[in-house]
Design a protein around this ligand. Structure first.
Ligand SMILES: Nc1ncnc2c1ncn2[C@@H]1O[C@H](COP(=O)(O)OP(=O)(O)OP(=O)(O)O)[C@@H](O)[C@H]1O
Length: 612
């Protein structure tokens, strides 16, 4: 054991107020058992300390952590640490990641950052730091991430010409002047909430960073002739599809007394086909759709009601040899044909691995249908909540939850780059509308449908995702999508539904609940008990929790933009892999599973989180 490092840690913990206990015992091995501590391979030095949400309060006692001269990674985020930035941290010259966000630090930032030549990640956000941003930061040639948002920093932004810098956030300070040229490559939201002169100027000074996948404008343009061609095909198939929706009409139209039967399997989509079809209307397929799927097959297929959602009833139709599709029969469409078609064209031209492709649609006076691929693994909602506490439940592992979050974020960010006259929004993001794509990343469905519908009071489960400012469902915005995404993150982390009723009829709102638990500095308690089985993921979960909480900010303007959210969510894994001790220092991870490879053997917080 590194005796001196151990003593430094004990001195630190004994001299700082803390509301939770840790398993740091003098007699146990610091490298093998201490929560949140990682040593190098020969166990001669402590190289990482992670104590997120550990209930630490008050100033960092001097000459304690600063004795950990080999430390590379220090995270004390989400505590209530106050006082100035510890001046003796200048001795920690090997630091490459410093996470002090969500604390109560105050006073100026250290003036000389050049002492930390290895620093690549600095997160001092959500504190009370004041004074100016030191220009010495520009000496950090390895810096990739700098987050100083939500402090009280003032003065002008120095010209931080750091080519390695990938993410910068200076939002919500009291900065003045203009954004230096070297930083104009970052999105404007990263500078919002300051007194910057150019902030509102309509200059291209703040280009919005492209999302991870570029929108295919070509695809949108091409869709028009494609649709025209397809319309012709649609004409031929008119009788056939008419039969489909007549059947659906029969299945769904009898409101009273028959609704229960909707839950039962339908005999065939052909049922009801004898009704006179509306010959003037056509089924429209989109480009890229496998037109080899024969609608005759569809008609012969058996249809099953998957459920009734906000927009109507959703059916699964199993085709004999062309797979299975999902048909949604939309109710309450409020827009006219032209507007409906325009919106369909925008949505139908989206081809992105994280957006469920709209394959076809049908519009007539009586009937509106949309056709999607069928996702046979079910929705994220089913994966997360289905059979909870029952035998046979397969818990949703952390790796998959991360991929769901990353995929959904990418999908929504992509949707936000599409223009449907106005900015395109998803409008109805929730776990039951997210599926897994072939790479097991999240894939969002139901994009843009809400804009076509009558405003409606959201059913309970949808209400939990809805941003507080959205009173009319048609007026969802990109910012309200960010809120819904934040709720999804909280749902993935906690395993709890966005709205729950307790024994009585009290309604528990997930966002409020998470906020209150975190405020009580009991962060570790929010996480899904099913996640506690996965080792060393606490750091990532806390990181994700912070992103979720930022997304559910009450005021829309305080929420990050979706492309930035994508980066943050992707960063959760990258930060923790990139900054963690390298594999050579961790021989225990020589043959890792994907998750073990990424999270390493840094902390044991997850397993002991209930005691934090
Ligand atoms: N393409 C699909 N593949 C597999 N299951 C789907 C598909 N689309 C929807 N579902 C499932 O069908 C059920 C009903 O979906 P539907 O979209 O109608 O309702 P919802 O998602 O509960 O609410 P909303 O209408 O507000 O989206 C849900 O359980 C949903 O997860």
């Amino acid at each position: 054991d590194p005796v001196e490092d151990k003593q430094a840690l004990l001195d630190f913990f004994h001299n700082i107020s803390h509301s939770h206990s840790l398993n740091w015992k003098e007699k146990t091995s610091v490298c093998k058992t201490w929560t949140g501590v990682t040593c190098n391979s020969n166990q001669s030095r402590v190289i990482a300390v992670r104590l997120p949400g550990a209930g630490l309060q008050g100033p960092i006692p001097s000459n304690t952590l600063s004795r950990l001269s080999a430390i590379q990674f220090l995270s004390l985020r989400l505590n209530a640490i106050s006082g100035p930035f510890p001046s003796d941290f200048s001795k920690l010259v090997n630091l490459n990641s410093l996470h002090l966000q969500y604390n109560k630090f105050s006073g100026p930032l250290p003036s000389d950052f050049s002492v930390w030549q290895n620093l690549s990640i600095i997160d001092l956000s959500d504190n009370g730091f004041n004074g100016t941003i030191p220009s010495s930061i520009s000496n950090l040639t390895h810096l990739t991430y700098l987050n100083l948002s939500n402090n009280s920093l003032s003065g002008e932004i120095p010209d931080l010409n750091i080519p390695s810098l990938q993410l910068l956030n200076l939002a919500n300070n009291s900065l003045t002047g203009s954004v230096p040229k070297s930083l104009q490559r970052f999105p404007s939201s990263m500078f919002s909430g300051n007194n910057l002169t150019v902030e509102n100027a309509p200059s291209p000074a703040f280009p919005v960073q492209p999302p991870s996948a570029q929108p295919s404008k070509k695809g949108i343009k091409l869709s028009e002739p494609a649709i025209l061609g397809i319309v012709i095909v649609g004409c031929v198939l008119l009788f056939v599809i008419a039969a489909v929706f007549m059947m659906l009409c029969c299945a769904n139209g009898r409101k009273d007394g028959v609704q229960g039967k909707e839950k039962k399997k339908e005999a065939s989509l052909k049922k009801g086909a004898s009704e006179k079809p509306d010959k003037s209307e056509k089924l429209v397929f989109f480009e890229g759709t496998n037109l080899a799927f024969d609608l005759e097959d569809l008609l012969r297929a058996s249809a099953e009601v998957l459920g009734k959602g906000t927009f109507g009833t959703t059916y699964k139709a199993a085709l004999e040899d062309a797979g299975t599709v999902v048909v949604k029969r939309l109710k309450e469409v409020s827009v006219g044909k032209r507007e409906f078609e325009q919106q369909m064209e925008v949505i139908g031209s989206i081809r992105h691995e994280n957006v469920a492709a709209l394959r076809a649609y049908y519009y007539s006076k009586e009937e509106k249908l949309v056709v999607y691929d069928y996702y046979d693994q079910g929705s994220v909602s089913a994966m997360l909540h289905g059979k909870r506490g029952e035998e046979g439940r397969i818990p949703l592992d952390w790796e998959t939850r991360l991929r769901i979050a990353i995929g959904a974020a990418r999908g929504i960010a992509y949707v936000h780059t599409q223009s449907g006259g106005n900015k395109l929004v998803h409008g109805n993001l929730k776990a039951s509308n997210i599926f897994l794509n072939s790479e097991r990343y999240g894939c969002v469905s139901d994009v843009g449908l809400v804009a076509l519908m009558n405003p409606m009071p959201a059913p309970m489960r949808a209400a939990g995702y809805r941003a507080p400012e959205v009173t009319d469902t048609r007026k969802a915005t990109q910012a309200s999508d960010v809120y819904s995404f934040g709720v999804l993150l909280l749902e993935l982390l906690t395993g709890k539904s966005p709205i729950q009723t307790t024994g009585g009829h009290e309604i528990v709102h997930l966002v409020r609940w998470v906020n209150s638990v975190v405020r009580e500095e009991w962060t570790a308690e929010v996480f899904d008990i099913e996640l506690l089985r996965y080792p060393n993921i606490e750091e990532e979960m806390v990181e994700m929790l912070q992103i979720g909480m930022t997304c559910v900010a009450r005021m829309p303007e305080d929420r990050p933009k979706m492309p930035d959210v994508v980066k943050l969510v992707e960063e959760v894994r990258r930060v923790n892999t990139g900054s963690r001790p390298s594999a050579e220092l961790r021989p225990e991870i020589t043959n890792p599973t994907p998750i073990a490879a990424d999270i390493g053997a840094a902390t044991a917080l997850a397993s002991s989180s209930t005691t934090l």
